[in-house]
Ligand binder design. Structure first.
Ligand SMILES: C[S@@+](CC[C@H](N)C(=O)[O-])C[C@H]1O[C@@H](n2cnc3c(N)ncnc32)[C@H](O)[C@@H]1O
Length: 249
């Protein structure tokens, strides 16, 4: 296991991306439950806007979320941003995504004041603290005045527990960084990066996902807790997935 994992390793690992892109193909037609929440959050933004929204999905992978966003809200302009070339190529070849611009963009160096909404769906958990702060500043800078960011990431309520885990798995034999940040930390860093009113909406999966075998790939599965809630695990780990919304200050 290596402790110098960087998102550059992730976006350049073509062997892993080939597998990951075929995993994503499962969700091209069937929208993920967490993505349904993002569709609703965009609907909310559209209902409050007086002009056509410019929307960026940064770290868009093979473009599934964009496909569903455009189906639900066709009256917006969508851009998919990615660093992984093979994912960008797949998006550009996909006729279902025609009309959406796909650009090679790094979340830490986005163009300034270009979008009304920027979505980063399951991207920032792999960033170390300095990359994370750079990404937050870049996200705030990329928004037009009044614009908002929608993040889906790990965030939990334990104020003093900032966890970084290096996880090896079949897909990431050299290790993948997983950061589980306190909501308090995220809020403070968002405010410092140029956001206002960060809001956290912890996500609970409304469906059951089966537990994989102990010798299989690490994927999300659910466990029913005694209080009636459904917890999302990944191998031995509980995953505090959370939608976060904040506005450009
Ligand atoms: C776990 S995947 C999530 C993909 C997609 N957003 C989803 O929710 O299914 C993380 C994505 O972020 C991309 N990524 C990683 N670092 C990035 C960076 N610095 N700038 C832009 N995209 C990045 C990866 O290539 C990958 O597609």
């Amino acid at each position: 296991m290596t402790d110098d994992f960087s998102y550059h390793d992730y976006v350049g690992d073509e062997g892993f991306l080939a597998d990951y892109n075929s995993y994503q193909a499962r969700y091209a037609e069937r929208i993920r439950e967490s993505d349904k929440v993002i569709v609703e959050l965009l609907r909310e933004a559209a209902s409050q806007a007086d002009s056509r929204l410019q929307v960026l999905d940064i770290g868009c992978s093979t473009g599934n979320l964009l496909l569903h966003l455009r189906r639900s809200l066709p009256k917006a302009d969508y851009v998919g941003g990615e660093l992984a070339e093979s994912s960008l190529e797949e998006c550009r070849r996909n006729p279902a995504l025609e009309g959406i611009a796909f650009e090679r963009l790094d979340i830490t160096q986005l163009p300034r004041e270009r979008y009304d909404v920027v979505i980063a769906n399951a991207v920032l958990y792999m960033f170390d603290e300095s990359q994370y702060d750079r990404a937050l500043r870049s996200l705030a800078g990329a928004l037009k005045p009044g614009g908002r960011v929608v993040l889906y990431d790990f965030a939990h309520p334990f104020e003093h527990q900032n966890l970084t885990i290096l996880e090896t798995s079949l897909m990431h034999p050299k290790g993948l960084r997983l950061c589980f940040r306190p909501m308090k930390y995220v809020a403070e860093h968002m405010l410092a990066a140029g956001f206002r009113e960060p809001e956290f909406r912890p996500f609970e999966l409304p469906i059951e996902l089966p537990k994989p075998g102990y010798d299989e790939e690490v994927v999300t599965y659910t466990v029913d807790a005694s209080g009636g809630s459904r917890l999302m695990f990944r191998g031995a780990l509980f995953q505090p997935w959370c939608h976060m919304i904040a506005f450009k200050a």
